[in-house]
Each structure stands twice: as structure tokens, then as C-alpha cells.
Design a protein around this ligand. Structure first.
Ligand SMILES: Cc1cn([C@H]2C[C@H](O)[C@@H](COP(=O)(O)OP(=O)(O)OP(=O)(O)O)O2)c(=O)[nH]c1=O
Length: 206
């Protein structure tokens, strides 16, 4: 069946592509957007997730402006922020930063906010912020050291990836798991179908 709409995923995150694929959607194009992700002074983590997801989608829209191939396509973006209270734990650049982040998360609750932004073919902007509460067990220095050695913290908010070894750190989670991995599937599909994107006609037949 010919698909009615094209979808641009304004992201370079392999996790987001995997999650969309899991939902039976193959983006027509991947557009990683290099935006400044620095939080503003006293910006709430929720507001940051909202602002950055919006900026990624708007940057992709600006980049395809005037290109007839992508006229009438949907643009989807997301941004995931990990926070302890109002304290934002960004992507660690070095091992010692990642270690600090994990020490902070150890034995505590934290929040994961993912902002999703959808720009429709008629260029309406729709946003949704999804929250998940995560509790990590108390981590020993030995566990943290070994986790750091695995390298799985690289490129991930809060310096961990729940879909990998850090899944063993999670004592409790309230809310969406896929939200923590980087794209809340239930809410994303709801947003897409609500805006007329043909999600279910893309599902494979067995
Ligand atoms: C908390 C957590 C985050 N992550 C990832 C998801 C995101 O890729 C990343 C958060 O950074 P983001 O800035 O949201 O995304 P990104 O820079 O990786 O990709 P893009 O902006 O191009 O879409 O952390 C996991 O993979 N697992 C986790 O458990």
C-alpha cells in the first residue's frame, strides 16, 4: 500500500529510530539537528525538554524550507532530560562526570522528562512532555566503576541507558519505559494518529 505521508525524524539518536521501528514506522529521513542544548539559568527540566524538542523540530523545518520533496511531510523530534529535583544531569563528556552523575542517582528517585514535538503537513506545532519516575538502588563504587568501564553512559542523558546494563540499577519505575529510552511510544503514536498520520497502515503483516 502506498504510504500517504512522509515522516522526518529530526534526530541522530539510534534509540529513537529503534523505538519508531518498533512501532512499525520507518522514518523517510533522519535529520540530526545540532542545536545548543545548554539549559537557561534556573530553567525547569520539564521546560528544557519542551524547549529543546521544539527547537530540534523547528531547525529541521527551516532546513527543508523550499524543498519540494519534503513539502507536506511530518517532522518529529524529541529531547530527553534526566533530573534530580531541579538539578539537570546532562550527557557526561568524561568518565568522572558520568561517575558523579551515577553517584547522585544512587539510592534515589529521579525524573526523566521527554519532550516530543510534531510539526504537521500544514505546519501546526504539537508538543507533549512525558514524565517517568525512576528509582535506582544504592550503587556500590565497584558497580559504578564497572559501569563506567562499559562505556554505555556515553551520549545518554544522566549518563546511563536503562535499555542496557543500567537496567539492573532500576528498583522501581512509574510511568513509561520507552520515555526513559528516549521516545515515549504510546504518546508519540497518539500524537501522530491524532494529527492524521497513517501509523497503523504501516504495520507489517505476518
Ligand atoms: C535516560 C536515558 C537516555 N537515553 C538517551 C536517549 C537520547 O538519545 C539521549 C538524550 O539526549 P537527547 O539530547 O534527548 O538526544 P540525542 O542528542 O541523543 O539525539 P537527538 O537530539 O539527535 O535526537 O539519551 C537512553 O538511551 N537511555 C536512557 O535510559
Amino acid at each position: 500500500m502506498a504510504l500517504k505521508y512522509k515522516l522526518i525524524l529530526a534526530s541522530g539518536s539510534p534509540r529513537r529510530v529503534d523505538l519508531l521501528n518498533q512501532a512499525g514506522i520507518e522514518p523517510s529521513r533522519l535529520m540530526p539537528m545540532d542545536i545548543d542544548e545548554t539549559p537557561k539559568k534556573s530553567e525547569h527540566p520539564r521546560s528544557l525538554a519542551r524547549r529543546l524538542s521544539g527547537e530540534k523540530a523547528e531547525a529541521a523545518l527551516a532546513a527543508i524550507k523550499g524543498d519540494i520533496t519534503w513539502k507536506g511531510s511530518y517532522i518529529l523530534s524529541a529531547d530527553t532530560v534526566v533530573a534530580v529535583g531541579r538539578r539537570i544531569l546532562g550527557k557526561a563528556e568524561f568518565a568522572d562526570e558520568a561517575s558523579n552523575s551515577l553517584h547522585l542517582l544512587s539510592g534515589r528517585n529521579h525524573m526523566v522528562y521527554t519532550g516530543i514535538c510534531l510539526i504537521t503537513p500544514d505546519r501546526k506545532v504539537r508538543q507533549k512532555i512525558v514524565e517517568t519516575k525512576v528509582r535506582f538502588k544504592r550503587l556500590s563504587s565497584f558497580e559504578i566503576e564497572n559501569y563506567i568501564a562499559s562505556g554505555q553512559w556515553r551520549g545518554k542523558a544522566g549518563a546511563y541507558g536503562v535499555q542496557g546494563l543500567a537496567g539492573t540499577f532500576v528498583q522501581k519505575m512509574v510511568g513509561s519505559y520507552t520515555n526513559v529510552v528516549g521516545l515515549p511510544l504510546y504518546e508519540t503514536i497518539l500524537l501522530l494518529t491524532g494529527e492524521g498520520f497513517d501509523v497503523h497502515s504501516r504495520w507489517p503483516e505476518g
